[in-house]
Design a protein around this ligand. Structure first.
Ligand code: PRT
Ligand code: ZN
Length: 297
């Protein structure tokens, strides 16, 4: 009976081919996102390819730099990859969804002691980078004339060994730049992991992708929100309710203690602490905050 149900749900047997980074900064979070979307994968350790038993999907493990090309060619239908790689490789693919992890920025940095007034300080300088396309676009757009030296790794050491005057590399905490005596002077791109898709998906694959996007959005929304429960004296209820944005209006239930109610609502992570403070000042007590697993609108 179970077999019958799962076969009939995905009648024609197409599988969505998903490319994710084999090993690196995006691997774990990409796998976790699939898991949070309820997609179980068979043993993923040391594999080039795996598949799911509960969703018609195959996963290919690849180097991140290769993912846009594979998706353009249709070897994979979709891929999880950094925006920095998508825009540098400039392949014919479509960004479907920002994924909220792998956040970093692509920045220009110069030696700490260098005079740097504005972007034109880069005129005539040598910039070492693994992102020649993005750096060239940035320089052209700003009418700056600098030399680009493409190198594939350890970009941050280039100024110290006299190979370049400046670098353009990914930055997250800034400690790599700091430890190499460099200072960040321009941000070229803010980046995070995104879901990209092939531009010619057939309707069946597109329908599978829509299902995944729906689930990803529910997971992202849940991460950005908290469920909140509090007790409030009835005379303060309207003031407290006015502080709560919620999905619709909050749920209000009478407590066993006369004159008190329990209020339930949803708060976004961003405004969370401000609102909690205001709720306390307005007379809320026993505030409980609970993570949300999925949030479907
Ligand atoms: O083997 P493969 O080619 O697949 O992996 P890779 O070595 O090219 O990529 P990987 O795993 O290092 O990064 C994958 C993606 O993670 C990148 O394309 C970005 O989208 C994203 N990401 C997020 C980062 C960083 N943060 C990051 N900090 N990628 C690299 N870095 C490096 C940066 O290059 C620099 O060396 O970390 C250093 C700076 O970090 P801070 O914290 O010192 O500023
Ligand atoms: Zn790479």
């Amino acid at each position: 009976m179970n077999n019958f149900i799962s076969n009939s749900t995905f009648a024609t047997g197409s599988k969505l081919k998903v490319a994710i980074q084999k090993s690196g900064r995006l691997s774990e979070e990409s796998l976790k996102l699939l898991k949070d979307c309820g997609i179980d994968l068979r043993n993923v350790k040391d594999r080039l390819k795996t598949e799911s038993d509960n969703f018609p999907l195959e996963v290919f493990f690849l180097r991140d730099d290769d993912i846009p090309q594979y998706v353009e060619d249709g070897v994979a239908d979709v891929g999880f990859v950094g925006e920095n790689v998508v825009y540098e490789k400039n392949k014919k693919v479509t960004v479907v969804e920002k994924l909220g992890f792998g956040k970093c920025r692509l920045s220009v940095a110069v030696k700490k002691g260098d005079d740097y007034t504005d972007i034109f300080s880069l005129n005539g300088k040598r910039i070492a980078t693994s992102y020649p396309v993005l750096v060239k676009n940035f320089l052209d757009k700003n009418n700056v004339n600098a030399e680009i030296h493409e190198i594939s790794g350890s970009v941050e050491i280039a100024p110290g060994i006299g190979l370049a005057d400046a670098v353009c590399d990914l930055v997250s905490s800034g400690s790599t730049l700091f430890m190499n005596g460099l200072k960040e002077v321009e941000i070229i791109l803010q980046s995070q992991a995104v879901l990209i898709k092939n531009n010619h998906l057939n309707p069946e694959l597109q329908a599978l992708l829509n299902k995944i996007v729906f689930r990803i959005e529910s997971v992202k929304r849940a991460k950005n929100n908290k469920y909140i429960l509090l007790n409030a004296p009835n005379e303060k209820l309207s003031e407290i309710i006015s502080l709560l944005p919620g999905m619709k209006s909050p749920t209000v239930l009478p407590l066993a203690t006369e004159g008190w109610s329990s209020v339930h609502s949803v708060l976004s992570e961003k405004e969370f602490w401000d609102i909690i403070e205001q709720l306390k000042n307005a007379g809320a007590q026993g505030i409980l905050v609970v993570p949300i697993e999925k949030m479907i609108l």
